[in-house]
Design a protein around this ligand. Structure first.
Ligand SMILES: CC(=O)N[C@H]1[C@@H](OP(=O)(O)OP(=O)(O)OC[C@H]2O[C@@H](n3ccc(=O)[nH]c3=O)[C@H](O)[C@@H]2O)O[C@H](CO)[C@@H](O)[C@@H]1O
Ligand SMILES: C=C(OP(=O)(O)O)C(=O)O
Length: 416
């Protein structure tokens, strides 16, 4: 079992660079299965989820080579169409095998996915989309199987703009006969990145990034080179870390457009944010004003930043309200922050956060972003913060120890 120890710090300064986006890399790596031959993917972050996904690709018979954030995938040797339970349960994105192999081979199966426990996370919208395209869906003993002799384009309205369902249906539809239209599609930047990669391989997708995506079926997709976008959630996490104390931090390799909702909230709180073409500079005196925030699908405030933002709000003068609208159970970090002395009251999907003096404590990362929030809280907590269950954090932050240490944080990993 490993844990992280974080010490209180007086000031953060320096420069760090953001890695490739986990939530873009995961569907894109799986989408490589649709293209014949070899894809070379650049800027693939070295994360637990990515390494698990590479194991999944290998288990399907694909050949992979991964080093220095470059992943080569050759799909000519695929010889299995199902993912074993042990690999599927470790991550959310394992469900992308359904869309990818449905497009490539007309068949796929996987145990139901894992991922952060932040709500019930059903996959009914994914399955509704596959069925509309003509696939048969069967769920038995915790395994989902999809099968189609032929996929035919269809109009699919999503009840909710689900990121996973939009991506999965987009993948399934790239070779379907005729036109597919996804209405009320998710508009996240990771959807655009996936569509761009699929288009580079020969797909005909228009409208990604809007709520109507149109896909004309293509005969064949071929592996290509592609570079993944930077991770807006990783960038946001370091923005919050800098904002919580006195700091002058440059964060490079950020697509500023993607972090606009975060910049707006930080400015409202009194933090100085300077934008450049591909970087942001955060200047903070650690004196923060309370603000209210509600998570929403993109371009709203991202749910994947709610926990880290809540850690920041524990240091804001006054009372702030946080409303989580995307997932019904994403307040796992609250009890852990309370162990550190945070004054937070939850009522359903809302939380009231008041300024509090934090003290170091033994806490655990209840999920990936909860873990990041505890690190941020640890920067201002008196004494040492000891964070357990850090495998969650390793799912989503490349070299977090190295990056934080380089800007003045005393953080170390203890293995026992
Ligand atoms: C690997 C990955 O990219 N994960 C991200 C993805 O998760 P994920 O793709 O799982 O999130 P969705 O956008 O699908 O989920 C949003 C909401 O829709 C609901 N829903 C979703 C699908 C479905 O078939 N039925 C249904 O009811 C979910 O329970 C949730 O309440 O988007 C989330 C929302 O930005 C992020 O927090 C996750 O980090
Ligand atoms: C919820 C997240 O990830 P996943 O969907 O992979 O569980 C996240 O990245 O914050």
């Amino acid at each position: 079992m490993s844990f992280l120890i974080v010490d209180r710090v007086n000031r953060l300064e320096g420069r760090l660079s953001i890695s490739g986006a986990k939530n873009a890399a995961l569907p894109i790596v799986m989408a490589a299965l649709i293209g014949e031959g070899e894809s070379i993917l650049e800027n693939i972050p070295n994360l637990r989820d990515i390494n698990n996904l590479i194991k999944i690709l290998n288990s399907l018979g694909a050949k992979t080579e991964y080093s220095n954030n470059r992943l080569k995938i050759n799909t000519d040797t695929i010889n299995r169409l199902d993912i074993p339970y042990d690999l599927a349960r470790k991550m959310r994105a394992s469900y992308y095998v359904l869309g990818a192999l449905l497009a490539r081979c007309g068949q796929a199966a996987t145990s139901l996915p894992g991922g952060c426990e932040i709500g019930s996370r059903p996959i009914d919208l994914h399955l509704k989309g596959f069925k509309a395209l003509g696939a048969k869906v069967n769920i038995e003993h915790g395994v989902v199987e999809v099968k189609a002799d032929k996929l035919i384009g269809a109009k699919i309205y999503l009840d909710y703009p689900s990121v996973g369902a939009t991506s999965n249906i987009m993948m399934a539809a790239v070779k379907a006969e005729g036109q597919t239209i996804i209405e009320n599609a998710a508009r996240e930047p990771e959807i655009i990145d996936l569509a761009n990669y699929l288009n580079v391989m020969g797909a005909k997708i228009k409208g990604a990034g809007t709520d109507i995506i149109k896909i004309e079926g293509a005969d064949k997709l071929e592996g290509r080179e592609y570079t993944i976008i930077p991770d807006r959630i990783e960038a946001g996490t370091y923005m919050m870390a800098a904002a919580i104390i006195e700091s002058d931090l440059y964060i490079d390799n950020v697509l500023v457009e993607h972090v606009k909702p975060l910049i707006a909230k930080l400015r409202e709180m009194g933090v100085i944010v300077k934008e450049d073409v591909n970087s942001v500079r955060i200047i903070s005196e650690g004196k923060l004003k309370a603000v209210d925030m509600k998570t929403l699908p993109y371009p709203g405030f991202p749910t994947d930043m709610q926990a880290q933002f809540m850690a920041l709000l524990t240091q804001a003068e006054g009372a702030s309200m946080v409303i989580e609208t995307v997932f019904e159970n994403r307040f796992g970090h609250v009890d852990e922050l309370k162990r550190m002395g945070a004054d937070i009251k939850i009522d359903g999907r809302s939380a009231i956060v008041k300024k509090s003096n934090l003290t170091g404590a033994k806490v655990k990362a209840t999920d990936l972003r909860a873990g990041a929030a505890l690190i941020i809280a640890g920067l201002v907590a008196e004494g040492e913060t000891e964070i357990g269950d850090i495998y969650h954090i390793e799912r989503g932050y490349e070299n977090i120890l190295g990056k934080l240490s380089s800007i003045g944080v005393n953080i170390r990993k203890v293995d026992c």
